[in-house]
Design a protein around this ligand. Structure first.
Ligand code: HEC
Length: 131
C-alpha cells in the first residue's frame, strides 16, 4: 500500500512538472517567412491572390508589346528578374517605383493608396514568394 501511494505521488509530481513545462512555452502561431515575430498581426501575402490582381493597373503599358517589364504574362519571373529583391522592398525597383523613390512614379501620375503599396512591400519583405 505504501508503495502504491509513492507511485501515485510520483505520477502527480510528473503531471505537475509537465503542466509547468507547457505553461512556459505558450502555443506558438509563428508562420515561417511571414515576416512577423509570432505576434500574428501580419498575414502572409499571396502573390496569386493579393498581388497579381493589382497588376491590372499596370498591364495597359506593361504587356508583351514593349520593352517594359511584362506584368501581364509570366509576371512573377519577369519581376524577379531585376525588379524585386526578395526580403528587401526598400532596395527593389518595383517598390521604389510605387513610392517614387529615385525611380519614376508608377502608375505614372496616379500614385496608389498606401494599402496597395504596403501589400507589395510586405510581399517582397516576406521573401517575394510565388505563392
Ligand atoms: C501609362 C503607362 C504605364 C503604366 C500604367 C504603368 N507603367 Fe510602369 N513604366 C512605364 C514606362 C513608360 C516606364 C519606363 C520609365 C523609364 O524608364 O523612365 C515604366 C517603368 C516601370 C518600371 C521600371 C523602372 C525602371 O527604372 O527600370 C517598373 C518597375 C514599373 N514601371 C512598374 C509599374 C507598376 C508596378 C505599374 C502599375 C502599378 C506600372 N508600372 C504602370 C509606363 C507605365
Amino acid at each position: 500500500m505504501k508503495k502504491l501511494i509513492r507511485i501515485l505521488i510520483m505520477v502527480f509530481i510528473g503531471l505537475a512538472v509537465n503542466a509547468c513545462y507547457y505553461d512556459a512555452f505558450p502555443e506558438d502561431d509563428y508562420v515561417p517567412g511571414d515576416g512577423d515575430d509570432g505576434g500574428g498581426d501580419i498575414e502572409l501575402v499571396s502573390y496569386q491572390n493579393d498581388i497579381v490582381p493589382l497588376w491590372v493597373q499596370c498591364t495597359g503599358c506593361h504587356n508583351e508589346g514593349g520593352d517594359l517589364p511584362n506584368m501581364q504574362d509570366n509576371s512573377y519571373n519577369n519581376l524577379l528578374n531585376g525588379y524585386v529583391i526578395p526580403e528587401n522592398a526598400a532596395g527593389s525597383i518595383l517598390y521604389k517605383s510605387l513610392i517614387n523613390d529615385g525611380v519614376e512614379l508608377m502608375p505614372p501620375g496616379s500614385p496608389w493608396p498606401n494599402s496597395k503599396i504596403n501589400l507589395v512591400r510586405d510581399w517582397i519583405n516576406q521573401g517575394a514568394l510565388n505563392n
